[in-house]
Structure formats: C-alpha cells, structure tokens
Design a protein around this ligand. Structure first.
Ligand SMILES: Nc1nc2c(c(=O)[nH]1)N[C@@H](CNc1ccc(C(=O)N[C@@H](CCC(=O)N[C@@H](CCC(=O)N[C@@H](CCC(=O)O)C(=O)O)C(=O)O)C(=O)O)cc1)CN2
Ligand code: MET
Ligand SMILES: [Zn+2]
Length: 771
C-alpha cells in the first residue's frame, strides 16, 4: 500500500484572511463567533484540497489562531500563572494574551479597578525557520491537564465533512524541550512523568473518535540532544501506547544523525523522516526500521518553492518502496507552514519563472502525481508528468541562471577584499574625528512606523491609482518629517526611516537581478504578521544603486550623521526562497558582492555610517553542529566582503535580534563591524555576559527597550539597563538604542520611548562628567 499525507499546511489563507480577521478582532471590530466561522472555513478549504489531491488522510490540528505551541500550552493546561487568566477569559482571549500580552490598565475613577499588565510569552525562532513560536514556561509547580477540547472538536468538524482524519500533536519531548525553565537549573525533563498521562488521555479520546493514526511531531530528534533527553524517548513512547491507535512519529528539518537507530527502535507504528535535509539517511532508515512499521518519506521540499524533479524522485521512491516490501507513505519533508499556499497563478512572478514554482497546493498535486505513478506508472498521469518535466527542463536551461561576469568576479576575489585596512581601535579614532559624537551616542535601528498612510500609498501605487511621482513625493515628505522628529528628540545618529520599504528583504530582492517576487506568496512569521520572501532563482547582480537616493536625501536634511541602511547577505539569503541548484555559500557571496557595491556607493555619496543588518545570521546556523564551522566560515566571509570595501573613516554598523549568540560569539567578533546593536532588553542584558569585558572588542549598543509592544519604558528602567551595560562595557564603546526597528510601532509610543531613552543617555553622560 502507498499512502500520502502532509505534516501540516499554511493557516493564513490564500489572501491572508486569517491575518486580517485577527487584526479586526483585536481592534474590536469582529467578535469571537465571526473569527471561529472564518477558522472553520479556512480549515474546510485546506482539507478539501488535501482530499482533492488524493491524500489518504486530512491533517487536523495544524491550524492555530496565533501559534501552534501556544495552542498546546492551552490544550495541556500549563499556562503560567503570571498570565492571570480567570474564568471569564475565553480560550481565544487566553490564546491572544499568550501571544500579545495585556497592557496594564489604570483605575478609571468610575469604578473600574486598575488591572496589572501581563507581558506576552517570549517568542523565538522555530528551529532554523523565520516562523516564531511562543515559548512555554515551566517550573517545578507546572501541572498539566487536558484543558481544551479544541483538537477533538476540529477532528469532529473534519469528520462531519466526510474526511478521514489524522490529527497532529507536538510530541511531549519536543514540547518540553522548546519551553524554558523559569528558575535557574530547573530541569524541564523532570516534568515528563506528569505530562505523559495527559498525552495518553488525549490519545485515548482521539481513539474514541474512531481514528487510527495520530501524527506526533518530535522535531528535536533532529538536534544533538543531551543523553538524558535521548534516553527519555524510549521511556516516553513505551508509555504512550493508546489502544487501537497508531502513532506516526515525525522528525524533520535535520538528519537523525546519531539518533537514527533510536528513532527506528521506538515503539511507534510509523516514522517520518526528512528526505530533503537528510537524503543520505533514507536507505539506512528503510533498512533499520522494523518491517511491520510504516515509513513516511518527505522527498518534496517543505521549506522551498521549487517544483520537484519527479523523474529524479520516482526511482528513489521505487527503491524505498521495494525495500519496504510494498508499503510506503509519501509526504513533503516537513509542514508546509513555511511556504505560500499557492504560487501557480501569481501574476506578479516573472512569467518565465512561474512554472518552476510550487506552493503548498502545488506540492499536494506533486504528491498526487507521485502516488499515482508509483501505483500505476507515470503513464497514468502522463500529461501532468510531462508538464512537470518540461518546467524542470526549462528551469535548468534558462540562460538567466548563469551570469558569467558574476562567477568571474567571485573567482577573482582576494583576501584583502574581505578586510578593513586598520584594526578597529585605529578606525574608531578616525571615525570619531570625522563624526564628533558624544559619549554614549543615541541612535535607532533603522525603521520608523510604517503607518497606515504609507501602506495605503504603497497599495495605491501597486494598484496604479497613485503614480510614481505622487508616491515618491509622499515618501519624501515622510522622510523629512522622520528626520525632523529625530532631530527634535535629540538623537545623535539619525536614520531615514525605511518608509519606502515594504520589507527589509523584499525591498532589495525587488531591485536585484536574479530575483523575482510574488504578489500573494505570504508566509506566516508570527501571529498575524507575515512576510513575502522574494524568490532568488539566478545569479545575483545589482543593476543600479538601491538606497543611495534615499540616504543622500536624508543626509542633506541634517547636519548630524544619517546612517545608510542595508540588509546583509546572510539575511537576504535566509529570508528569501533561494535556488537549490548551487551551494548556499555561492549565493551568499553573490549577494555580498551586490551589497558591497551598494556600500561603496553610499560611501561615495558621503554617507559616513553604513549599517548592514544581519538579524538572521544565527537563524541560518545549520541544526547539526558538525555543519556549523563551514556555515560560519562563509557567512562571516559574506559579511566581511560586503563591508570590506570602504575606507577606515567610514563606520560600519551591524544589527542582530532574536538570538542566542553565545555559541557564535567568535564569528560575530570576526565580522569586525565597528558597532553592533543587539536585542537585549527583555533578557535584562544577560546577553552582556557574553559580550561584556574584552569578549567583544568593538563598539556595542545593547537594546535598552523592547519594541514588540507599545509599552513606553520608564526612565528608571532604561537607566538601570544602561548601568548594567556600563558595568561591563567601557563608556567609550557603549551605544544607546532600542532593541530593533520601530516599523510595527505607532508614532506616539515611539516618540515617548525615544524621549525616555535620550534623557537616560544624557543623565548618564552627566554622571560620567561628559555632558
Ligand atoms: N522578512 C522579514 N523577516 C523578519 C522580519 C522582517 O522585518 N522581515 N523581522 C522579524 C520579525 N518578523 C516580522 C515579520 C513581518 C512583519 C510585518 O510587519 N509584516 C507586515 C507586512 C509587511 C509588508 O510586506 N508590507 C507590504 C504590504 C502591506 C499590505 O499588505 N498592504 C495591504 C494594504 C495596505 C494596508 O494595510 O492598508 C495590501 O496590499 O493588501 C507593504 O508595506 O507594502 C504584515 O504582516 O502586516 C514584522 C515583523 C523576523 N523576521
Ligand atoms: C529584524 S531587524 C530590523 C532591522 C531594520 N533596519 C529595521 O529597523 O527594521
Ligand atoms: Zn532587529
């Protein structure tokens, strides 16, 4: 028998219906029943697509209102007490409070009592993706109970529509691993014995609905786990033995490595492996997994948008099918959450490239073709097979894939191209002579509020109802206003505000040769926030300057230095859909050369400070440690090539957020940026344990307030954080800035917060005798 299934599909809808409905609900414009109705519609659409593609089961439980890990927190009844939930809070309200927090409310004088605020759960990257999940909080008092029936209800919902159902759960070990212990030294694994009975109860309830398969995701099997966690797997799964129900245990995103034998020996009825990230392991798994168990192979890339080369996949599947004695499950490598729902008729995508692409819906169709071909031969789907073959052949033959000048330029690079001339300390003196900045210079990370006015103008420009001149005139006016506000706040290093950018990656992708971009290829990043990664299909070149006009215009408006603002090569790579026909290293270096030219053009235009953002440097780190060195070698090289073409009096900044940096500090030092700004405020500057003292030798701006909520920090909080920073960083090397860009914020809180920040810097300067 051959089965086909998916691990999960996108949630937001073809036209981001979920995003818009969530935001309307949060503004109080639509109620919970309206939101629930939309959720039912979106789920029904996705299930119908899965059935139409001939999948043997529809996947239920991959839908989430804000985040699937938060959904598990609510289902397992382990929300932290600090969230302050009461009986009046609905499950939806709880979910949104976990994601967005709740602002404190002062007493209103009319009987309404004051209410304390509840900060949201921390958000962090889901493995090596640009999706962010909400981090469960665990402690010795954490208790679990089956607190929500939502999954059971959704199963019934799908059954009522006539679908055979396979629900999906995040497995107990991954759930614990992905959370954090509140107290230092707390061992999350110690909660396993408390958690398993709740999973077992849930599985039993699912079995009572007449299901025979449950998908249970344990993506941490792709990580190099400590021994205690590895050893917990057999113990946990020996206990998770619901009557009548079969578990399909799923690993993805990485090779199983030294967990391969473990994964194959667990007492579960099926195992899914990621055949895209670990093609070399497939045969070993097929050989080792006991014959009575089902093997699910993910050979369709769930992380990228290229059509599969079916002619190449089919023989591999035939081999596996034979090895498994005629039984095999087919699937994409991982959940399709990380690709757009469809790209097949996106009018914005270059017409030559469009046939090469496959969004989630197109990947479902590939599953249909592969299953039919395996069961009945390719001739049973001859037309579609030929179309797919032709698209792959056209892609391989397209002359735009290769630009000889780009390869020649890469081949001619010299070590000197990657290095500044003098060491940082000497450069810093030259830069200070040029810039004349005060001690503890204040700055921002680049973007200022992307107001409804800006977004609406860009939408009008796209729709053709606003012409280029009108659009640019508005942006110039916004730029002038942004400069004026920064001047009035007394910031020392200004920015132009990035109003012209739809997104920090897409904006550049739209201007570089080798890229195309879509109109509707949205992917969820967190909650209702989405990104539309541009599509890098060929050799990259920069036809003309991309940011120089905006930077020069801004600099002309102020006597203070205005930073030029660029997205770095590794982040461009990481947040785009990139070609899979050459090593990522080559693509990153091509991006670096294009950006290097932009850096030099900015310098030539008189811009004295240039920031090259690399927020995705850490996220790009491969999951297997064995691959770290190679990645870090070329990632740092790409950054150094981007920055290395300027004179020593030009100051290079970089910025990183959302990251656990201790593992890669050496590489961050090796970037040799003159200044690094970091996200630190939410962790109370604990990051400085890594960066303090001489560990990080160049200038550093640890963020002094969180930009993810509208909350304005108190002056004392900012002072406190800065004092902590001053304890480990000499004042000559310390900068003062927020955690990240301000594009998702409104102007009122932005100005209020920056005012507090500037005042705090002035207070400290005075204390240091440098006012
Ligand atoms: N690529 C990327 N990844 C990142 C980040 C990032 O900035 N970029 N930051 C970190 C956090 N992630 C984030 C991801 C998305 C957003 C975000 O604000 N996204 C916007 C979309 C941004 C965008 O591309 N906007 C476009 C299109 C806006 C749009 O949809 N306009 C409407 C109409 C305009 C209106 O709203 O009135 C339409 O066209 O239908 C533009 O400005 O042009 C959103 O979901 O709302 C923020 C942070 C990590 N990963
Ligand atoms: C996600 S990092 C963002 C950096 C960018 N310069 C901004 O300020 O928005
Ligand atoms: Zn940032």
């Amino acid at each position: 028998m051959i089965f086909s299934h998916v691990l999960g599909v996108p949630r937001i809808g073809l036209n981001r219906e979920l995003k818009f409905a969530l935001e309307r609900h949060w503004r109080g414009e639509i109620d919970e029943p309206a939101l629930e109705a939309l959720g039912r519609r979106l789920r029904a659409e996705r299930w119908a697509e899965q059935r139409a593609a001939g999948l043997d089961y529809v996947t239920v439980g991959d839908f989430a209102w804000y985040d699937h890990v938060a959904q598990h927190v609510l289902m397992l009844g382990c929300e932290p007490a600090r969230m302050g939930f009461g009986p009046q809070d609905s499950e939806l309200a709880r979910h949104f409070r976990l994601g967005r927090g709740q602002a404190a409310r002062p007493a209103d004088g009319a009987g309404q009592a004051a209410a304390a605020g509840h900060p949201a759960l921390e958000m962090t990257k889901w493995f090596d993706t640009n999706y962010h999940y909400l981090v469960p909080e665990f402690g010795p008092d954490t208790a679990f109970r089956l607190a929500s029936h939502r999954l059971l209800d959704e199963v019934r919902e799908a059954q009522a529509l006539g679908h055979p159902v396979k629900p999906v759960l995040l497995g107990p070990l991954s759930f614990l691993w992905l959370g954090k212990g509140q107290a230092a030294g707390f061992d999350r694994l110690s909660l396993l014995d408390r958690l398993l009975p709740v999973y077992l109860e849930l599985l039993t309830r699912l079995g009572a609905l007449g299901l025979n398969w449950v998908q249970i995701d344990e993506p941490i099997l792709g990580l190099e786990l400590p021994a205690a966690w590895r050893e917990a797997f057999p113990r946990a799964y020996a206990r998770l033995q619901p009557a009548q129900m079969a578990l399909m245990l799923c690993s993805y995103f990485a090779p199983l490595g030294d967990r391969l034998a473990l994964a194959c020996s667990l007492p579960v009825a099926g195992l899914h492996v990621d055949g895209v990230r670990a093609p070399q392991e497939l045969e070993a798994v097929a050989a080792l997994l006991p014959q009575e168990r089902e093997l699910s192979v993910g050979l369709i890339d769930g992380r990228n948008i290229w059509r599969s080369d079916l002619d190449q996949l089919l023989p591999r599947l035939r081999t596996l099918h034979r090895l498994r004695q005629g039984r095999l499950w087919l699937a994409p490598s991982c959940s399709l959450l990380h690709v757009p729902l469809s790209l097949s008729d996106d009018a914005q995508v270059d017409a030559g490239v469009r046939p090469w692409l496959a969004g989630a819906q197109e990947k479902l169709d590939e599953l249909r073709l592969l299953k039919t071909a395996l069961c009945q031969g390719e001739q049973a789907v001859a037309g579609a097979w030929a179309a797919s073959r032709a698209a792959c052949a056209a892609r391989r033959a397209d002359p735009r894939l290769r630009r000889p000048a780009v390869a020649a330029r890469l081949a001619a690079l010299q070590p000197a191209d990657e290095a500044r001339h003098r060491p940082h300390a000497e450069r810093a003196a030259m830069q200070q002579a040029r810039l004349g900045l005060p001690l503890l210079p204040t700055t921002t990370i680049g973007s200022f509020p992307q107001t409804a006015e800006i977004r609406a103008a860009r939408a009008a420009r796209r729709a053709g109802t606003l012409d280029a001149a009108g659009y640019e005139a508005l942006l110039r006016q916004i730029l002038a206003d942004t400069l004026q506000r920064q001047d009035a706040l007394g910031l020392d290093v200004l920015v132009h505000g990035e109003a012209e950018r739809n997104d920090m990656v897409e904006f550049f992708g739209e201007q570089l040769a080798g890229y195309t971009f879509s109109a509707k290829g949205w992917v969820q990043s967190y909650g209702s926030r989405c990104v539309k990664p541009p599509i890098l299909y060929g050799d990259v070149e920069r036809p003309q300057a991309m940011t120089v006009a905006w930077a020069s215009q801004a600099q002309a408006l102020s006597r203070k230095p205005v930073k030029g603002m660029l997205t770095g090569p590794v982040t461009m790579l990481q947040w785009s859909f990139v070609r899979d026909d050459q090593p990522r290293e080559t693509t990153a270096l091509q991006l670096a050369l294009a950006l290097r030219d932009e850096v030099r053009d900015l310098e030539a235009a008189g811009i004295a400070i240039i920031q090259i953002d690399e927020p995705a440097l850490r996220e790009g780190l491969p999951l297997p440690r064995s691959a770290w060195d190679d990645y870090l070698r070329w990632a740092t090289r790409a950054f150094r090539l981007t920055a290395g073409g300027v004179g020593d009096a030009t100051q290079i900044h970089t910025h990183m957020c959302y990251a656990e940096f201790s593992d890669i500090l050496d590489s961050i030092v090796a970037l040799d940026a003159d200044v690094i700004t970091l996200e630190t405020s939410r962790s109370g500057m604990t990051l400085l344990d890594d960066f303090g003292g001489s560990a990080y030798p160049n200038d550093i701006g640890p963020g002094v307030y969180d930009i993810h909520s509208p909350r304005v920090p108190a002056r004392e909080e900012v002072l406190h954080l800065l004092r902590r920073a001053l304890a480990v960083i000499p004042p000559q090397r310390l900068w003062v800035n927020p955690d990240c860009g301000l594009k998702t914020r409104g102007w009122p809180e932005t100005e209020a917060a920056l005012r507090v920040m500037v005042e705090a810097a002035r207070t400290l300067r005075a204390e240091l005798g440098a006012a």
